[in-house]
Design a protein around this ligand. Structure first.
Ligand code: NAD
Length: 287
């Protein structure tokens, strides 16, 4: 049970976590801190948080657990501001989509309190953002990747693990480096492809006709292009090396595909479509 939870950045993910923990009876009081007072007031009206904190000092005071749920690019500054305000008991965790950069920022900012920082990333989300889009079951049966290091305090880790389990999720652990490499392919690359396709089509001479003729496939593939631009800019800027590797790998695949289409290499095309179909069918079966 968490006595006082403080969410910094009460949007889709922070709001959904607050809702899930309230629904599970795992938290006594939830406060929120953020940039937009109107958004925080909406969070109170929606019953997501109990109170709005007007300063980080108030937010940090008496909190047992502080969850950083702002875009990755904003984490370092908040960690620096939080560092001198933290009491000995408080655990800080985050939900950022990139882990290496957030862990480095926490290490630099928190000093002796760094072991009480537990990095995390829920593998759940949607293309809408903001507290109005938050739901209590966003994390149910979803995975949350925790990326503790050797210094991470085992009690802090256990509390964060229990918090996510109370929200309905299953937790797994990876190193921050493995997380960023794996997610660059499983999450960041699909977003880049959806964004590129949507952006290419909208700038195409025939874009009206193309969109008029777009069927389910186009909608499925481009759905996540509607995600928050700030979040994705920050992910690109903070997971640069892994993302460039993933994009280069995909570039090679595209180059081979172009060459097969150009040459009319039916055997290569059939092999590739068949291999991908089997892999996709297996993913459906294992869902
Ligand atoms: P969101 O836009 O819905 O919410 C972010 C909130 O943080 C907003 O209320 C915003 O006002 C506030 N905020 C932004 N910058 C701030 C700052 N500097 N100081 C204080 N408050 C600030 O975004 P979200 O989708 O909830 O994403 C939050 C975090 O969760 C990001 O780090 C993102 O990488 C991660 N994440 C997102 C998803 C997803 O699908 N959306 C999934 C997993 C993890």
């Amino acid at each position: 049970m968490i006595n006082k939870l403080c969410i910094i950045g009460v949007g889709l993910i922070g709001g959904s976590l607050a809702r899930a923990l309230r629904a599970a009876g795992h938290v006594r009081e939830v406060s929120g801190y953020g940039r937009s007072i109107a958004n925080l007031q909406l969070a109170v009206e929606l019953g997501v948080i109990d109170r709005v904190e007007v300063s980080l000092a108030d937010a940090a005071r008496l909190a047992d657990v502080i969850v950083l749920a702002v875009p990755v690019g904003g984490m370092a500054e908040i960690l620096q501001q939080l560092a001198p305000l933290l009491t000995d008991q408080v655990i800080v965790t985050d939900v950022g989509s990139v882990k290496g950069a957030v862990v480095a920022a926490a290490r630099a900012a928190l000093g002796a309190r760094f072991p009480h920082f537990v990095p995390g990333h829920p593998i759940a989300g949607r293309e809408q953002s903001g507290v109005a889009a938050s739901v209590p079951d966003l994390f149910r049966h979803r995975r949350v990747i925790l990326t503790p290091g050797t210094e991470t305090d085992s009690t802090a880790l256990a509390r964060v693990r229990t918090m996510w389990e109370a929200a309905g999720a299953e937790t797994i652990e990876l190193t921050a480096e493995d997380h960023d490499r794996i997610l660059s392919v499983s999450s960041h690359l699909p977003q880049m492809l959806a964004t590129c396709l949507m952006d290419m089509v909208v700038r195409h001479d025939d874009h009206r006709a193309i969109l008029d003729c777009a069927a389910g496939g186009f909608r499925d593939v481009t759905r996540i292009a509607g995600s928050d631009p700030v979040m994705w800019r920050d992910i690109c800027l903070t997971n640069r090396d892994a993302m460039v590797n993933a994009l280069r790998q995909y570039h090679v695949e595209l180059r081979d595909l172009i060459s097969a289409v150009e040459k009319g290499d039916g055997e290569w095309l059939l092999d590739t479509f068949t291999r991908a179909k089997h892999a996709r069918d297996a993913l459906n079966r294992n869902k």
